[in-house]
Design a protein around this ligand. Structure first.
Ligand code: ZN
Length: 179
């Protein structure tokens, strides 16, 4: 496995809608290796999710995992999920504001409204159909990664850029004490 270079905001791949995969592509050794590399890259950089455009591949693949992550210490655990060609098929009406960061927009946090719950249909890494019902932080991460696959980033979803903060200042002034 390899740790891949992360594309940052400004690289055109971050703004390009990515392509769905065929069943044949999903089972190919190249895509299987890409998925392994995405998981390793997410863990290396302490992300809770990573979408393929973030590693310069314009394909509809996202990986998500929350396991004692030091960047998001108080968030509930989410076991490793590989979502291919994901579709958000329903969303709850209620929007919840919370902080997000992004490996492609380093050292910043902003407050982003997201639907509190959703249902996502996708394929897993073996091409098998998955239906994921998520709420709270997991639902937030799915929306963040799904946005990447459309060429959107969390900044596009913020109601106002006034909460945008450097990570160090966020830690000093804005981090919630929910311990
Ligand atoms: Zn991101």
């Amino acid at each position: 496995m390899s740790i891949l270079k992360v594309a940052r905001l400004g690289h055109p791949v971050i703004r390009k809608p990515s392509k769905p995969l065929t069943a044949q592509e999903i089972e190919s050794p190249a895509i299987q290796k890409l998925i392994d590399d995405m998981i390793e890259t997410m863990r290396e950089y302490e992300g809770v999710g990573l979408a393929a455009p973030q590693i310069h591949s314009s394909k509809q693949i996202a990986v998500i995992e929350v396991e004692g992550n030091p960047r998001y210490p108080n968030m509930p655990r989410v076991h490793l999920a590989v979502l291919i060609n994901p579709k958000i098929v329903s969303r709850s009406k209620d929007l919840v504001e919370d902080w997000e960061g992004c490996l492609s927009i380093p050292d910043l946090r902003g407050s982003v409204p997201r639907n509190d719950a959703l249902v996502c249909e996708a394929l897993d890494r073996f091409g098998k159909a998955l239906k994921v019902e998520a709420h709270g932080f997991f639902a937030r991460v799915i929306q963040h990664e799904w946005d990447h696959l459309q060429g959107d980033v969390y900044l596009d979803r913020m109601r106002s850029l006034k909460t945008l903060s450097h990570l160090a200042e966020f830690g000093r002034f804005l981090a919630r004490d929910d311990s």
